[in-house]
Design a protein around this ligand. Structure first.
Ligand code: NDP
Length: 283
């Protein structure tokens, strides 16, 4: 039986293309108001999802989101009906996240994809005097607890509908190493935790065909990195020179990998981390 399950009898070449399709799928994306989260929500829409629910902190979505939503609505008929929805919530609120998952499940009758991209970087705090409140409430609560609650919210619905699913957590190269000149003890710790959270959840949820993977981006040009570059413009040169491709990445350079991980084309990939860093992975 094990051998049968692992042998493919596909002879139809169109099946290859179908494997990448997200037609009719439903997704939950956190941090979807801007930056990487919004870019990845757009990737899911373009890959044909029926609806992508974006969770973020502001009460109302920003202009960038509105533009993407308008563009998405014009994609009707390309696979799904390309709905981009906005929900204001704090990922650190477990109860709120579970309720969001349930509401999406009730409305759509399925949950297939989850991208946990909400995150925060409050760096440059010396490790020996890092205040506990700031460490826990401002960083760990969002980057670790928030990712868990997001994965729970989507995973509960994937389990409920019994079709399996794909949970993708945005970790970071900062979860793999530490960088001299950047006292980011909270951020680095939180991203390492995400890598291990995904592996552990992948083991537990594998029998339900719910896959859990991480993407570890290198430096990507968003408002998160922008806050440092505004204060220390010389970092553009430093970060670029550390990178084999000689530059900082763009959010759209993560689109292909998330579309692949969300789709059946990655059906045997779980518990994995994929570096998208221009080759920059060790200091
Ligand atoms: P941004 O700061 O541009 O976007 C992060 C988004 O998450 C914001 O919209 C933010 O909302 C939201 N968010 C923060 N806290 C919460 C919360 N408690 N509840 C709900 N939403 C919240 O960052 P990026 O797009 O750059 O980062 C996205 C992810 O990618 C993060 O997990 C980050 O750690 C990771 N990453 C980023 C890299 C980079 O170089 N940019 C590199 C590696 C990983 P608000 O604006 O209201 O604060």
């Amino acid at each position: 039986r094990a051998l049968e399950a692992s042998s493919s009898n596909d002879t139809d070449p169109t099946l290859f293309k179908q494997e990448f399709s997200l037609a009719d799928r439903v997704a939950l994306v956190t941090g979807g108001n801007r930056g990487i989260g919004l870019e990845l929500a757009l990737a899911l829409v373009e890959a044909g999802t029926r609806a992508v629910y974006c969770v973020d902190l502001p009460e109302a979505p920003g202009d960038e989101f509105a533009k993407v939503r308008e563009y998405a609505s014009q994609l009707k008929g390309t696979g799904g009906d390309a709905r981009l929805e906005y929900i204001s919530a704090d990922v650190t609120d477990q109860n709120a996240m579970w309720k969001i998952g349930e509401a999406v499940g009730d409305r759509e009758g399925r949950m297939d994809v989850c991208v946990a991209a909400a995150g925060t970087l409050r760096g440059d705090t010396p490790c020996l005097t890092y205040p506990a409140k700031q460490f826990e409430e401002q960083v760990i609560a969002v980057n670790v607890n928030g990712v868990l609650y997001t994965a729970q919210a989507a995973g509960q619905q994937m389990d409920r509908f019994g079709k399996g699913g794909s949970i993708i957590m945005i970790a970071s190269i900062s979860g793999h190493g530490a960088n001299k000149g950047h006292p980011w003890v909270s951020y680095n710790t939180s991203k390492s935790a995400v890598l291990q959270m995904a592996r552990s959840m992948a083991c537990e949820l594998g029998p339900k065909n719910i896959r859990v993977n991480t993407i570890s981006p290198g430096y990507i040009n968003t408002s998160m990195t922008g806050q440092f570059l505004a204060k220390r413009p010389e970092l553009v040169e430093t970060w670029s020179s550390q990178n084999p491709l000689g530059r900082i990445g763009r959010p759209d350079e993560l689109r292909g990998i998330v579309a692949w991980l969300a789709s059946d084309a990655s059906s045997f990939c779980t518990g994995s981390d994929i570096l998208v860093s221009g080759g920059h992975h060790a200091w």
